[in-house]
Design a protein around this ligand. Structure first.
Ligand code: HEC
Length: 108
C-alpha cells in the first residue's frame, strides 16, 4: 500500500519534470545565453525578461511577431541599445512555445 503511494508520487513527479523540461528546452537552446536561465538577463548581453514591462503587456501572438524580427538599437522601444536578434527561422509552433513560456515565467 505504502509502496503504491510512493510509486504514484514518483510518477507524478516525473510527469511534472518532463513537462517543465519540455517547456524550457527551446528557450534554453536559443535564449538562455543572453537572457539567463532565470530570465534575469546577462550583463552586457540580453535584458531581464522576468520583470520586463514589454513581456507583460504583449500577448503571446504579439511576442511571436516580435521574436521573428528582433529589435535593432535605433528602435524607439530599445531598452539596452544592443541588438536583439530575430528568430524568423524558427517555426511558428516553436516561437509560440517560447512566447508562452515567457508569459508563464513573467511575474505579476
Ligand atoms: C545575442 C543575445 C540575445 C539572444 C540570443 C536573445 N536575445 Fe532577447 N534581447 C537581447 C537584447 C540585447 C535585448 C534588448 C534590446 C533592446 O535594447 O531593446 C533583448 C530583448 C528581448 C525582449 C524584449 C524585452 C523588453 O523588455 O523590451 C524579449 C521579449 C526577448 N529579448 C526575448 C528573447 C527570446 C525569447 C530569445 C530566444 C528565442 C532571445 N530573446 C534571444 C539579446 C538577445
Amino acid at each position: 500500500m505504502r509502496n503504491a503511494a510512493i510509486v504514484a508520487g514518483l510518477f507524478t513527479f516525473t510527469l511534472a519534470t518532463a513537462a517543465l523540461a519540455e517547456e524550457d528546452e527551446k528557450f534554453a537552446q536559443h535564449c538562455v545565453a543572453c537572457h539567463g536561465t532565470g530570465l534575469e538577463g546577462v550583463e552586457g548581453l540580453g535584458v531581464s525578461l522576468a520583470d520586463s514591462a514589454f513581456v507583460g503587456r504583449k500577448t503571446v501572438g504579439e511576442l511571436v511577431a516580435f521574436l521573428k524580427v528582433g529589435r535593432m538599437p535605433g528602435d524607439p522601444e530599445s531598452v539596452a541599445g544592443r541588438p536583439m536578434p530575430g528568430f524568423g527561422w524558427l517555426t511558428e509552433a516553436e516561437l509560440t512555445e517560447i512566447a508562452t513560456y515567457l508569459k508563464s515565467r513573467h511575474g505579476p
